[in-house]
Design a binder for this molecule. Sequence first.
Ligand code: SF4
Length: 187
Amino acid sequence: MLPKGANLQKIRDGKRTYAITPHLPGGFIKPEMMEKYAQVARKYGGILKLTSAQRIMITGLKAEDIENIWQDLDMQAALGYANCVRSVKICPGVTFCKRGKQDSVKLGLELDRRYIKKEMPSRMKMGVSGCANSCSEAIIKDIGVIGSDVGWTVYVGGSAGSHRKLSGRIVPGCRNPIGNERVWIVE
Ligand code: SF4
């Protein structure tokens, strides 16, 4: 059986190794936490791997160590269900980047707080970028938010991988003639 909070990484010569990935909102990490990662990886013979979702995975682990590793780390696992909001990728925005137009860190952390691991009909990824350079790859996320001089633009339907696709911008359409509420369309 799969150890709780771990993914099977490899089966070599009949031996299985596992990885764990703690939740790390926006990829921001304090030095003390970074030291804890290193201590845990060293203690259990693991390797640290930076992931595309701005997390630090510890891989090369044994099944029997997984429970103790989570206790040592005292962190939550990044992933909940297969079909859920799996990541909110955040660029440095106005907080750290000279090109930033909007506060992607603040918005991204709030989206992470509200939606990460929330169950969805399928896997979902979000991205928040502080300007059109889209360094968090917001333009290829299921939901992407990109900052400009005047505010935020929301994009939907992007994807990377084997069915790659740029997302479409959500813009206001005509008013619904019956209900009179605003209708939004994807360009
Ligand atoms: S998207 Fe813009 S604000 Fe964000 S890191 Fe890239 S250049 Fe900076």
